[in-house]
Ligand binder design. Structure first.
Ligand code: AMP
Length: 242
């Protein structure tokens, strides 16, 4: 089997992220050697034609992944839901996430944390699924990386949905994570989701059309070893299979 490479792109406007540039786009793939060039090109194109603006800084990183380091996981099941308003969407999110592992307080806090952001974070917040307290430190959040799907195209032609499904599948496969809440920072994209119990619940109208503030919350059990969970989310190469 040919070697696999992780190809990751991040793009910003007003200089690099680390110098205060505004984040425009980020995406990544795990692909065979012969696809590295074309995928790097398509990721660069994406950063240059984004509804959030044109990037003036694009960083593309490529690394070889030794094949024995890859973890294979199953894709979440997908369920589509309806909601006519943001209030309805958030009520549905609460109903779907609430259960033996996640309290209503934790979900309500998570929604309020996302609604209270004055700019989008790069990564996700970690929230204790019982107490609803935020446990990650700093403003960046946990940035999930090094994942793709084995046969990415079979997950559909909607980039947003495919990438979110891959990310959510990796997140739910982490020990101690019991749920996720997400809405996009893309102003055109108001569909969000919650993930729990092996299901990705796609929910429309999770935020105002035109808002460029989005975010993610990962609900974690109180007793997790957060260092090793973060290490898995950020560094372990994962391929999602159907
Ligand atoms: P997106 O669905 O790409 O618009 O992302 C929505 C929000 O989720 C962003 O504003 C970030 O706060 C967060 N986010 C995006 N990508 C990641 C990632 N790879 N890991 C963790 N959080 C992310």
């Amino acid at each position: 089997m040919s070697e696999l490479y992780s190809v990751r792109m991040r793009a910003a406007q007003g200089g690099p992220h680390e110098n205060g540039g505004h984040h425009i786009s980020g995406a990544e793939r795990i692909v065979k050697l012969e696809e590295v060039g074309s995928i790097a090109q398509s990721l660069a194109e994406r950063a240059l034609h984004h509804s959030k603006g044109t990037a003036d800084f694009i960083n593309i990183t490529v690394d070889l992944i030794p094949s024995n380091e890859i973890t294979y996981i199953d894709c979440l099941q997908v369920e589509e839901h309806r909601a006519n308003t943001i209030v309805e969407a958030h009520e549905l999110a609460i109903e779907l996430l609430q259960g033996p592992h996640i309290t209503e307080v934790a979900i309500q806090n998570a929604i309020n944390f996302l609604k209270g952001l004055d700019s989008s974070m790069r990564g996700a917040m970690l929230v204790d699924a019982t107490t609803g307290k935020r446990i990650d430190e700093g403003k960046r959040g946990v940035r999930v990386s090094h994942m793709d799907s084995f046969d990415s195209e079979s997950l559909g032609d909607n980039d947003h949905m495919r990438e979110a499904l891959v990310l959510a599948s990796k997140v739910q496969s982490a020990d101690g994570i019991v749920g996720e809440l997400c809405w996009s920072d893309d102003p055109d994209y108001t569909v969000g989701y919650v993930a729990c119990n092996g299901v990705y619940h796609r929910i429309p109208n999770m935020k105002e059309l035109g808002s460029d503030i989005g975010g993610r919350v990962f609900f974690v059990q109180s007793d997790i070893d957060s260092k090793s969970v973060i290490e898995y989310l950020e560094k372990t190469p994962v391929l999602v299979q159907r």
